[in-house]
Design a protein around this ligand. Structure first.
Ligand code: ATP
Ligand code: MG
Length: 380
């Protein structure tokens, strides 16, 4: 897919700024706090209807206004679409595709697919299990938008069940709790099966990219380790449900003692390892960055396979941190096929191959200006 244009109105520090994206690669360059990440955030919102930096729309709307908007023209499978997300500092959003209001989020999700990569993603390797669950969930929503509803449903069931466990007093509520148990098992199983399937598909792609980028014999492995002990994570739903039930019963006393649900996908773990060593303990920052890059390229490839169109790639401040070899590996991998938006504070660390092909935009206090590629003047 191709993002042709983006128009930000009272979004973050933008007042009324439109840009046309004229090349497969766009580099947004500017000092700190000028609005580079805000542009990527707008694209991320179109893709996921979420921002990893804001929990409320009030933060996204310019502090000078009550209402803001992200407007975009996107080309998908050869057809052009107009998308709009209207944000209010108070009240609900309105999302439109080709002028039509989409009442359900699942109808809008999937219009844009994007894979983003920022230094925050290193937490997928270095952080706790919650980071990895969030990462998986983000991919699943793009592959199958209804997953967003399924996940909300599971979280809702979990909240209710936790409240009941907390209020437990031995005498009452047993019948109530078992009703929540079965909902937990049914929705939890659906979540687990999707996560297991995703990892199985991601594994070979990520391992191949990792080998290619590291140029080594390093073997990357991704393994799904759910809290429900499964002999085979690829089991059918019925088998998982049975094991889920058994585990809930086994943990009954512990759950009451701890006052919370101990079994289910909210406690899933994903093991990332390189040569059988946990990736977290393995190697340098650079190696961990290589690993995350491999995961991201696998994500791009998988989305293309499943959705049938190439997602956008959003690189926030990470390209300059890769050495020239890895920058070029990445460039070869995405070629002109993957539209890529890159932010940076300085162009100096970029390989000329990146600069030559790219549209360069200077970002200054919420304004975007076309800039000439510096590599032309540097060239002798
Ligand atoms: P860095 O290089 O440090 O990552 P950046 O160019 O990516 O910087 P952004 O995060 O895109 O910076 O933008 C930050 C700017 O946006 C800050 O100046 C901040 O004050 C401004 N900003 C954020 N939210 C709003 C808002 N709701 N209204 C107005 N301005 C905002
Ligand atoms: Mg930034």
């Amino acid at each position: 897919m191709y993002l042709r244009s983006l128009h930000l109105r009272y979004f973050r520090n933008y007042v009324d700024q439109a840009i046309a994206l004229s090349a497969p690669k766009t580099i947004l360059v500017g000092d700190n706090a000028q609005g580079k990440t805000n542009v990527l955030e707008a694209v991320e919102l179109l893709a996921t209807l979420k921002s990893h930096r804001a929990s409320r729309d009030r933060e996204l709307v310019s502090d000078r206004a009550e209402k803001g908007a992200i407007l975009a023209e996107i080309e998908r499978l050869g057809t052009s679409h107009e998308l709009a997300v209207e944000l209010r500092s108070q009240g609900r959003r309105t999302v439109r595709a080709d002028g039509q209001v989409m009442r359900r989020r699942v109808d809008f999700l999937g219009q844009v697919n994007a894979v983003s990569f920022s230094s925050r993603d290193l937490d997928v390797v270095r952080g706790g299990p919650g980071e990895r669950r969030t990462w998986l969930d983000g991919i699943l929503v793009q592959l199958e938008p209804v997953y967003a509803d399924l996940l909300d449903q599971y979280k809702q069931v979990l909240r209710q069940r936790n409240a009941l466990i907390k209020a437990w007093d031995d005498s009452a509520e047993t019948a109530n709790l078992s009703a929540w148990d079965s909902q937990l098992v049914v929705t939890g199983t659906r979540v687990m099966r999707r996560r297991a399937r995703l990892l199985a598909r991601l594994q070979p792609l990520a391992a191949r990219w990792h080998q290619q980028i590291s140029g080594d014999r390093e073997v990357l492995e991704l393994a799904y380790r759910p809290q429900v002990p499964l002999e085979d994570v690829q089991s059918d739903g019925q088998t998982i449900q049975t094991q889920f039930w058994q585990e809930i019963r086994a943990k009954d006393a512990a759950e009451r003692a701890r006052g919370t649900s101990l079994v289910g996908p909210h406690r899933d773990e994903v093991h990332l390892s390189i040569n059988r060593t946990p990736a977290r303990e393995y190697g340098s920052q650079g190696q961990q960055r290589t690993l995350v890059l491999a995961l991201k390229l696998a994500e791009v490839e998988l989305i293309e396979q499943v959705v049938g169109d190439v997602p956008l790639l959003l690189l926030d401040d990470v390209l300059a941190e890769l050495d020239l070899h890895r920058q070029n590996q990445l460039l070869d991998a995405i070629a002109d096929k993957v539209q890529t938006l890159v932010t940076t504070t300085h162009l100096g660390t970029f390989d000329a191959r990146w600069l030559d092909a790219a549209q360069i935009i200077r970002v200054e206090a919420g304004r975007l200006h076309a800039a000439a590629s510096p590599s032309h003047s540097h060239r002798v």
